[in-house]
Ligand binder design. Structure first.
Ligand SMILES: [Zn+2]
Length: 391
């Protein structure tokens, strides 16, 4: 190999290793070798170059920490932090949340508030700005320290305009330019993303999907959306509508009236509102359902309902899994807080309608981050952007 080609190959493997270290939030050389498929010596050379360039630091893990085992514990590699901050924002249908982190992705503070986001978007922009300023003050910082901001919205985004697709479920947002509204308040450009896409990135960076390459993330909360991660990147589709599975109709006739105007959408079987209504009908006591759902799944009637709802979701995911053959499905949002029972039910539904899945070994997990996944994904997306800006 010529000297030039050798240099190009080294540079490419160094970029690959750097991005993997940034995404993994703590990874050993051995894990990098398995994750990327480069030889151990190529990984070692790339890591050495990155440490010398001060882009990566190595830490000895604490006892029983990641990388510890028999013999000398392996050093954990992390991206270097600079002094700047990144901000992640999460807008749900009925909550807002904000988080701040350093550019390496270490979360320094986060806060969440209930608010009617669907009908009061400008109040939501004001309130989330106030949360960011509170977090910065508590950390002794100002908005001048913020490098990048990323925000998730509970709606598909039009990739051409950067605005939410017009849709009856977010009618109060018609004509608004959320990125411009937020940028005007924060004094920083704001990158928008779909909330399920950010939930997937959150679990990829900090939670149940760490180390995965191809997976499907499903968020079941006030709305229902999914995200497809292929080769560790979000697949948005031609118009940004990939993963909009909440309004898939389960049958041509019948079913409950959905807020989109159709009947029998997946969301009429599985969303927070539907679950709350069913829980009140089913629960042996008259107390409201509590989250995480794990705590009320002890009620046999509720457990049966959750199992049926999970199977229905699995049925909706079965075809997708046959088409793209993901390594795993990660169930997030409120439904994900039901724990392993939810994961088992989804897998049962998938197996019933897509037999090849059994052979392909698709795993079903519930998210590790619970209702924080979308916010953590926004923080991760803002961190990626900050690092891209600095090369
Ligand atoms: Zn619908």
């Amino acid at each position: 190999m010529s000297a030039t080609r050798t240099a190009v190959a080294m540079s490419r493997s160094r970029s690959q290793v750097l991005e993997a270290i940034r995404q993994a939030n703590g990874v050993t050389r051995g894990e990098l070798h398995r994750l990327i498929g480069l030889s151990r010596s190529a990984v070692a050379d790339a890591v050495q170059g990155l440490i010398e360039a001060r882009l990566v630091v190595e830490e000895l893990p604490p006892p029983r920490g990641k990388g510890a085992g028999a013999g000398r514990p392996a050093a954990v590699l992390r991206p270097s932090a600079d002094s700047g901050l990144v901000v992640g924002l999460d807008f749900g249908h009925s909550h807002i949340a904000a988080g701040i982190a350093d550019t390496a992705g270490t979360v320094l503070g986060e806060r969440r508030r209930a608010l009617d986001v669907d009908h009061r978007p400008r109040d939501a922009f004001d309130a989330v700005t106030a949360l960011v300023l509170e977090l910065l003050v508590e950390d002794g910082r100002t908005i001048d320290d913020v490098r990048t901001v990323a925000a998730g919205l509970p709606a598909p985004l039009d990739l051409r305009t950067g605005r939410p697709h017009s849709h009856p479920v977010l009618a109060g947002w018609a004509g608004l330019d959320p990125a411009a509204e937020l940028a005007a308040r924060l004094g920083r450009p704001v990158a928008l993303a779909n909330d399920a896409d950010l939930g997937a990135l959150g679990e990829l960076r900090y939670g149940a999907a760490r180390g995965l390459r191809d997976f499907v993330y499903v968020k079941v909360s006030a709305g229902l959306g999914a995200s497809l991660i292929l080769d560790r990147e979000v697949h948005r589709g031609a118009n940004g509508l990939a993963g909009e599975i909440g309004h898939i109709r389960l049958s041509e006739r019948g079913g409950l009236l959905c807020r989109c105007g159709n009947r029998g959408c997946l969301e009429t079987v599985l969303s927070t509102n539907v679950m709350e209504t069913r829980f009140r009908e089913l629960a042996s006591s008259d107390t409201d359902p509590v989250f995480p759902l794990r705590s009320c799944a002890a009620d046999p009637e509720i457990a049966t309902y959750l199992r049926e709802a999970g199977r229905t979701l699995g049925r909706a995911l079965a075809d997708l899994c046959n088409w793209v053959n993901p390594q795993a499905v990660v169930v997030g949002g409120v439904f994900g807080t039901a724990g392993q029972a939810a994961a088992h039910a989804v897998r049962e539904g998938m197996l019933r309608f897509a037999a090849p899945i059994e052979g392909a070994g698709v795993e079903v997990h519930t998210g590790e981050l619970g209702l924080r996944a979308e916010l953590m994904g926004a923080v991760a997306a803002a961190g990626r952007k900050a690092r891209a800006n600095t090369g």
